[in-house]
Design a protein around this ligand. Structure first.
Ligand code: PEP
Ligand code: MN
Length: 338
């Protein structure tokens, strides 16, 4: 961190800044220029924050010189990390597709959905048992029964499962039920206690981008999980909020190459919650793979119009199979398989 002093800062002000840096265990390097003095903090500056220095007498501004995240940063880990999600490699040469309904509804619905996931060639199945709904009066998910239905349906095709954890009190139940990948949803990206809790287990985590989160905040949320010891993190871009109202969210395609540059961890894309309409899903999926995404998280439903949640954005199994064919061509053009 560098602290820039005001031109009229006196020796006492400089000494106070030096003392604060040393109190946090870092060394100090002072550079006295003709107009102003710069004070450098030497050591792991992540324990320091500009707000520690900016209010001090004589300080003009202070700034980090290294990125605030480390464990997730490519700067410290050049090669791509490949994560085993229930035995399926995410982040390697194969673009992995996770598909399934928004929410777990009934056994027949899950059986038909799992058949569609497998027939289309996806390697993992999704399904929400605990749903973060905008209204408390709408369907909230089947809860633990939903986890069982998801595991049973996916198990028939040996598909590992992905499902959202909203409440830290459910973590043990997720582990007992054999959830293969824990999803942290957009609304919980900065639920730091939840991030710390999933940081203490080894189960892979899909960390969705907060709908208004910057890239840096998203990476820092990943850093929370990694700092707890769980490095099995998959970032998922799912659309962000902008001024545009013509579709549910704006798929931030730009975030894909930026994230791939910033982190060694896999980056996948959820085109379903981005567009919010089934007809947009193919275009957004193809764009995501062309932009370098390591995988896709796609909502499908045996009868989309009857879906209990997100009916408008679910693909039918037939539409999904057709999309998988198209995706194969783009993946190949990118030098990858699907
Ligand atoms: C979901 O995947 O079902 C979901 C609720 O996603 P998001 O958190 O991105 O809205
Ligand atoms: Mn959904």
């Amino acid at each position: 961190m560098i602290i820039v002093m005001q031109p009229d800062a006196d020796e006492a002000a400089i000494a106070a800044v030096e003392a604060k840096i040393r109190a946090h265990g870092l060394d100090v390097h002072v550079s006295r220029g003709t107009e102003r003095t710069l004070i450098g903090a030497v050591g792991d500056e992540r324990v320091l924050d500009p707000e520690m220095f900016d209010p001090m007498p004589g300080v003009e501004k202070s700034m980090h010189i290294v990125k605030p995240y480390k464990l997730v940063a490519r700067e410290w880990h050049k090669t791509n990390t490949v994560i085993s999600a229930g035995g399926v490699a995410i982040g390697g040469s194969t673009v992995q597709v996770i598909a399934g309904p928004c929410s777990v509804e009934t056994a027949p619905q899950m059986t038909a959905a799992a058949d569609g996931v497998a027939a289309g060639g996806a390697r993992l199945m999704r399904g929400g048992a605990f749903k973060p709904r905008t209204s408390p009066y709408t369907f909230q998910g089947k809860g633990l029964d939903g986890l069982k239905l998801l595991k049973d349906a996916a198990g028939r095709h040996r598909l590992p499962v992905v499902t959202e954890l909203m409440d830290v009190r459910m973590l043990d139940a997720f582990l007992e039920h054999g959830v293969d990948v824990i999803q942290i949803g957009t609304r919980n990206m900065q639920n730091f206690d939840l991030l710390k809790a999933v940081g203490e287990v080894t189960t892979p985590v899909i960390l969705k981008r907060g709908m208004s989160a910057t890239i840096s905040e998203w990476l820092m949320a990943g850093e929370y999980i990694a700092a707890g010891g769980n490095h099995n993190i998959i970032f998922c871009e799912r659309g962000i909020r902008t001024f545009e109202t013509a579709y549910r969210n704006v798929l931030d395609v730009t975030a894909i190459p930026v994230m791939k540059r910033e982190t060694h961890l896999p980056v996948i894309v959820d085109p379903s919650h981005a567009g919010g309409k089934a007809w947009m899903v193919p275009a957004l999926s193809l764009a995501a793979v062309a932009a370098g995404a390591d995988g896709l998280l796609i909502e499908i439903h045996p009868n989309p119009k009857d879906a209990w949640c997100d009916a408008d954005q679910a693909l039918t199994p037939i539409e999904f199979a057709a999309l998988m064919e198209q995706l194969r061509g783009v993946a190949r053009a990118m030098g990858r398989e699907l």
